[in-house]
Design a protein. Sequence first.
Length: 619
Amino acid sequence: MPAEHEPAEHEGGPTRVPEPEPEPAGGSPPLAGPPAALRRDGRRLLRAAARRFRALLVLLAAVTAVRVAAMLATPVMLGRAIDAVRGGRGLAAAIAGLALVLLAAALADAAEELLGTYCGSRITAWLRHRLIGRVLELGVPGRRRFPAGDVLSRLTESAGGPAAFPALLLSGAAALVTTAGAVIALALIDWTLALVFALGVPPAVLALRMFVAKAGEPFADYQRHQAEIGTRLLDARQGARTIRASGTAAREIRRILRPLPSLAAAGRLTWDAQGQVGWRLALLAPLLQIAVVGVAGVRLATGDVTAGELVAAASYTSMAVGAAALFDTFVALLNCEVGAGRVAEVLDAEPSVRPPARPVPLPDGPGALRLRGVTVRSGGRTVLDRLDLAVPPRTAVAVVGTSGSGKSVLVAAVARLVAVDEGRVELDGVDAADVALPELRRAVAYAFERPAPLGATVHDMIAYARPGAGRAEVRRAARAAAADGFVRALPAGYDTPLAEAPMSGGELQRLGLARAALADARLLVLDDATSSLDTATEMRVTRALREVLAGRTSLVVARRPATAARADLVAWLDAGRVRALAPHAELWADARYRAVFAAEPGEPPGAPVPYAAAPGPAT
């Protein structure tokens, strides 16, 4: 079963998806590296994309080369046509050549647009696929490092920006080639024309360098502040009921929009940098054009160039000053670099749980579990401290402890949903760290307190870990979790879309139990998976699960004394260690153990439920 750590549903009433209740002031600031590092990582990722799609890029470059060649040939053919009209010779051939060149330019331009869009979409799909995969690999620690709004921003805007990279890169290269060709053509017409144009190149290069130096940091800040606003908005959306109940909507709006002034400041800096360079280039381009055409007019008057060559020189000058449009290309490429850098920041993050270098197959076994000196640290705190625990095969063990004692971390460490800093977790005598993660996850099935409603229909949700399971198997698992009755009462039964299946938190938990029951696993972990069930329903579910749990080892995180009493043994956690491993009835004599449990409505914790009186898993 996949790891699920969705927020809890604590409020009554029917609901399809459990609604988390984070503190409205929550939300970690999105991670962002220095602009120089972001751009460097972005260039590295864009080079990797270029290598992966090099065949498409080569084809796109060939089409672009045809377009540039046709554009450079157009003024020559136009000049020949004009001279042919004036001279009265070779007019038909000159016009045919001009038409052929214009047709080639038009076709190449259309093909370039089509190929550029296709190549860009492939790069975007590749980046998003890798990004989603890495986010899922990072798991819960990754959620703390990269909040949901930040990931959404990187997945949409940051990963979508590089789609324009191939077209922009080739467009910039084409503009440079076109400019160089135009200057060479001017030199072939008359060397003085090329010299006049060359005088304007150093100021243009200086202006572009100034823009790149000034705009890198504002670009990165702008995307970071956008992601921060998105994170805060998602926090508020998840805690909407708490906000409504507290009457703090106005305060929450202010919290969400708090980064807006910083966003505006970054935007103004970007616009200022663009404006300072833009007006210089906008002024330089026509001045160069006037100067070159003026010199060409003087050379015409002296008889050094023909009328056709004057027209060609004017066209080539217009092409050459078109390099000023490279400024817009530089702006877009800088945005691509920053966006790709933000994607690379997630891709470069190392998951806390790494697959083994040389996987060891997990032998067939009854599900004997042993934790030896297991230590897990989180956020600078030691959650599990050299914990030792031996779970006999085919035994139901309840994990009990006060809040923060490490119950969920312990059961998550069994299938390496969290990394173990020290010690070993052994399943049937094999270190779990040496088992391939997919094989280990098939051997351990989880049912969580807040099961994720994954899949299109109710059937899909139960069969999520076994998509090939038939309807009979799914219904059998649902009956084992006492869910078949309410599922068949839905409008389309098991085929009801999840979006149209209103369910209470307890009903959703039962579907999560059915999903775990359907998995063919030797070890079943119920991480507080019955907390939303009332006592009577929990008893009914426990009886139904008895057949499923028979012959399997199970770990049950228990908050109720009745749940602990139905297990064979209780692992009492205290300060990250197992304080005792014994039957519930034996531990109940200890007042400190009784204090672990909070009173349940209608079920005072005064006396234990005798183990023999409640049906439980067979040992």
